[in-house]
Design a protein around this ligand. Structure first.
Ligand code: ATP
Length: 297
């Protein structure tokens, strides 16, 4: 029986995000196209014979220790293990070490990625034998983005983002990620969000653009309905996004999730590197990543 596994827990970006309205349960109804990217946390899981779950976090190379998520029960990865243990009877335990590379509260779904990796990994290590759909149902209890993180690739999410429809892979692209070294709480951004009268669905437009003109056209059709709310809480994000949109070789740029991370897509590595260097020189957290399809992840 396997006792240890090390997994890559990749981040996501939102190629489009429309907020359709608020719901009685406090969540918002959204429609979003999500995309897996190569920036990833490392999740090392060891199955322990006795019960009990232990979660610790380590800073990735470049990430300051002051910006780590909580160890122990406050970590979403811990909750994932507890939820799975509830299904399997909890006779076995686990020691989980998360190496953080994905910035926190940044709109890149880092906590959800870790939780999904734990569900998937412990399902194997504990021999729980849950199916993909069963794992995704458990994942939805943990967070709206967890089912997507289990699925990966290019996916349309509806409801809170947990009702998934697989889409054709986005043509492979370079992703320039820029974050002004700030965090934004998703709940706060939604509180500030205001319905726009002219709001229409950007996912349909994006898919039409992709069909008509591939990556270049699709990148120009990216949109995020939380942009105005994120800008009002964090004005620097608007300046970064405007600048990224004008950068040479950047086909389109957008806010990811509730921000504050923004990203630009490029077909050429050299253009992506040049744009990334420019933002790094300005003191922003900047990373180069690639889009990953479901099989590469
Ligand atoms: P989303 O795009 O799904 O809204 P996000 O990228 O904005 O997510 P996360 O990084 O997932 O936000 O984390 C949000 C909060 O969850 C953090 O402020 C942190 O305190 C808490 N948290 C708990 N566990 C984790 C984890 N393993 N990784 C990151 N954050 C975690």
């Amino acid at each position: 029986m396997m006792r240890k596994i090390t997994l890559s827990a990749p981040a996501k970006i939102n190629l489009t995000l429309d907020v359709l309205g608020s719901r009685p349960d406090g969540y918002h109804q959204i429609e979003t196209i999500m995309q897996t990217i190569s920036l990833a946390d490392g999740v090392r899981i060891t199955a322990e014979p006795g019960g009990g779950i232990d979660v610790t976090c380590a800073a990735g190379r470049e990430w300051g220790a002051e910006r780590l998520p909580p160890a122990g029960p406050g970590n979403l990865a811990h909750r994932a293990a507890v939820v799975l243990a509830g299904v399997t009877g909890g006779r076995q335990g686990a020691a989980i070490v998360i190496e953080k590379h994905i910035p926190m509260a940044a709109g890149l779904g880092g906590g959800s990625a870790d939780a999904a990796a734990v569900l998937w990994g412990l399902n194997r290590l504990w021999g729980a034998l849950l199916s993909g759909p069963e794992l995704e149902r458990l994942g939805a209890e943990l967070g709206s983005d967890v089912p997507f993180c289990l699925r990966g690739g290019t996916v349309l999410g509806r409801g809170r983002g947990e009702e998934l429809e697989e889409l054709p892979d986005l043509p492979s692209a370079w992703v320039v990620l820029v974050n002004p070294r700030l965090s934004l709480s998703t709940a706060q951004v939604y509180r500030v969000w205001n319905r726009r009268a002219d709001a229409d669905l950007s996912s349909a437009k994006f898919l039409e653009a992709q069909k008509a003109g591939g990556l270049a056209r699709a990148a120009g059709a990216m949109a995020n309905g939380l942009e105005a709310a994120a800008f009002s809480l964090c004005p620097e994000v608007k300046a970064i996004l405007d600048r990224l949109r004008r950068a040479k070789g950047i086909l389109g740029a957008c806010l990811s999730g509730s921000g504050p991370t923004v990203f630009g897509l490029a077909a050429e590595k050299a253009a992506a590197e040049k744009a990334a260097a420019e933002f790094a020189a300005a003191g922003h957290w900047t990373r180069l990543a690639r889009t990953l399809n479901r099989k590469e992840r």
